[in-house]
Design a protein. Sequence first.
Length: 110
Amino acid sequence: MKIYKGQKTGSGPFMVWVVDPGEIKASYRLRHIERHSPDGFNWGYGGSGPADLALSILTDFAGKVIADKFYQIFKFDIIAPAGIELAIPDVLIVEWLENHGVVSADIIDK
């Protein structure tokens, strides 16, 4: 299980961690894939920081091809409505992707 977690403290940009609640050693900092925001990640609105966060999460989880196709929609559906604390479990991402026509095999074959 993966959970993408972050918390807004200060004015940003903010770090996001990929956490496996069962495996402390499996946690790592999400790599920023810079396409829109040279300043890094943000969430809670529909701007460039959230776009890069959506792209980075989907790339980490499902691979570049899926991320490139869906990250802007994912940004508006999942990243923009997020509050101060970000917590996106992998089951939510799988469900969201399936609702957008991506099958589990596409995710596994990233």
